[in-house]
Design a protein around this ligand. Structure first.
Ligand SMILES: N[C@@H]1[C@@H](O)[C@H](O)[C@@H](COP(=O)(O)O)O[C@@H]1O
Length: 243
């Protein structure tokens, strides 16, 4: 894992935006893996701007999101489909049919997971995956204890994750108990991964990632075994990292 130290959230966002643009501009049919949450919002703002300024086009890009809440339809403002349309897809030149997110309203969730994996395979896997870091080390919605061998699957969300995400909902009761997420093996299949970590809130988790052992109890630790991962971390996120 390489680590790129940046000053603050804006610099992290700009760095990731530039990396995405370089990737998209260097491939004929790029496949991007995208994340939700607060962390990548700045990246999406920059991408919108760069698309507007014709520095990049997404006409031939396909995107796959990491996860979606079970039970939320795409028009629910708390669904990740809504988030992605609202923050990025509605504002860039990507054809909507090239943007994939698991369907949280699927009647057969196992089938939905299998089909998502198939779609990824059909698209030759992800060229560049953007990841955020959960406070408990989760990636996507793969909670501590998830097997490193998982493919896209349905997960029960940890209470701490539901609490961490409750800020987007009216109350914690409204946060779904389950989600569909790419599995850890699915994420590890990406050719390149950028892990974005910003703010003091993430400092303990980042320290654990850098100094802890590779263990299913801390899902992000698997990234240490991937040969093309870069962490982009700001000063605040690095503030508790032991040297
Ligand atoms: N499922 C999402 C992840 O994809 C995200 O990367 C992570 C961090 O979220 P945030 O960026 O809001 O801190 O937790 C959420 O639960």
């Amino acid at each position: 894992m390489k680590i790129e130290q940046v000053e603050n959230y804006q610099e992290m966002s700009k760095y990731a935006c530039d990396a995405i643009i370089d990737k998209v501009n260097s491939l004929q049919n790029p496949v991007l893996g995208l994340a939700t949450g607060s962390t990548p919002e700045g990246v999406y703002n920059y991408l919108r701007e760069e698309n507007r300024n014709n520095r990049v086009t997404f006409r031939d890009t396909c995107t796959f999101n990491l996860d979606e809440y079970v039970g939320l339809a795409g028009d629910n403002p708390n669904s990740y489909r809504y988030y992605m349309n609202d923050r990025l897809f509605n504002h860039i030149d990507i054809p909507k049919q090239q943007t994939f997110i698991p369907n949280g309203k699927a009647t057969d969730l196992s089938k939905e997971c299998r089909e998502y994996e198939q779609l990824l395979e059909d698209n030759q896997e992800i060229d560049l995956q953007i990841l955020g870091l959960g406070l408990n080390g989760h990636i996507g919605f793969n909670e501590p204890g998830t097997s490193f061998k998982t493919r896209t699957h349905v997960v029960d969300l940890a209470l701490s994750t539901r609490e961490a995400n409750a800020r987007f909902f009216d109350s914690i009761e409204e946060v779904p108990n389950q989600a569909i997420t790419m599995g850890i093996e699915t994420i590890m299949n990406s050719k390149q991964i950028l892990l974005l970590v910003s703010g003091e809130r993430k400092a303990k988790a980042l320290d654990q990632l850098l100094h802890g052992e590779v263990s299913e109890e801390f899902p992000a630790s698997i990234l240490k075994t991937h040969d093309n991962v870069k962490i982009i971390a700001d000063k605040a996120a690095l503030s508790k990292v032991r040297v």
